[in-house]
Ligand binder design. Sequence first.
Ligand SMILES: [Zn+2]
Ligand SMILES: [Zn+2]
Ligand SMILES: [Zn+2]
Length: 332
Amino acid sequence: MPYSIVVNGLDNAYIRELGCKCERCQRQTRAANTSVSILETLPNGTVKGHLLVDAGAGIRESLMSHAVLRHNFVLDGVLLTHWHVDHTCELTHLAVTLARSRAREGKTLAPIPVWCRYGSERWLQKNLPEKAPLEFRSFGHLEPSGVLLEAVPVGWAGMWVTPVTISHSSADISPSGGNEDFPSCCGYLLEFLNGVRVALLWDMDVNNTWLEHPNAQNLETLERLRGVDHLFIDSNTWLYDQNKLGRPASHLSNAIVRRFARILEPKQTWLMHLSGHEDQPGSGFGWDDATWRRNAKNAWSEAALSGSVDVPTIGQSIALEPERELTANGVF
Ligand SMILES: [Zn+2]
Ligand SMILES: [Zn+2]
Ligand SMILES: [Zn+2]
């Protein structure tokens, strides 16, 4: 069964900053928060399965621009990386509008499963702006970062979804206002029956030391992540990784992504959550996607990193096929 990942958005939390004159804010193309759809498509092109990963601003526009989904929308569930507004602000509208359109067809929408960490469910249950047909199925409360949790039962025969706990300091806080550490963020490892593996790692801060200084448990995580076919990773800035007070940033810089890529050895790295507003002019600040792409490709080749790097476009569909093997007789 053909599987693919469709990119719904790749921008940072603020997408465009009003009044900002930089190229990123001034570009006249559509932009949306970081999100992808995992699709299972039948040979006739119909979408049989759809799992949405994150539902921030602009995501419904992206989904309704999809050539197949716009005419025949299906949704098996939502996988959330964390509760932050740029990953969840369209969640309830998504469910409400789907229920409204189903109702006009005389159908009742079963509540949409939403998988996320317990901390994120707590935040969302407290702050959801409207009643919506959603059914939270949270997991993983106090685990430290760099741990693989139990696979999420999404019910697809040819794919397994395993959450990976990641540190994201601005989200790892208690919804009740206390000072205790309240880990709330995870990435996802997707493993397909055809051997393809995909890692979705956003949002993550610079404290994800488990990648460079792993303990025994982290080593198992690294083993499962190493050599993935596609790594989608938080690359919020080019160099910026701490504020003026020396406090570590809540997102990765591309310089750190390159260090992680050396460890994880992905075949293809996709840069997500792009911002650059925290960077210096001439070094990340205000870069549009084409500039990000060009500079990242140069940096990859300068650092002699394995695999390739790219910035996706909204609506881009990435087929999840095993690598074709070259033989003496040619390409199979
Ligand atoms: Zn974010
Ligand atoms: Zn700007
Ligand atoms: Zn975040």
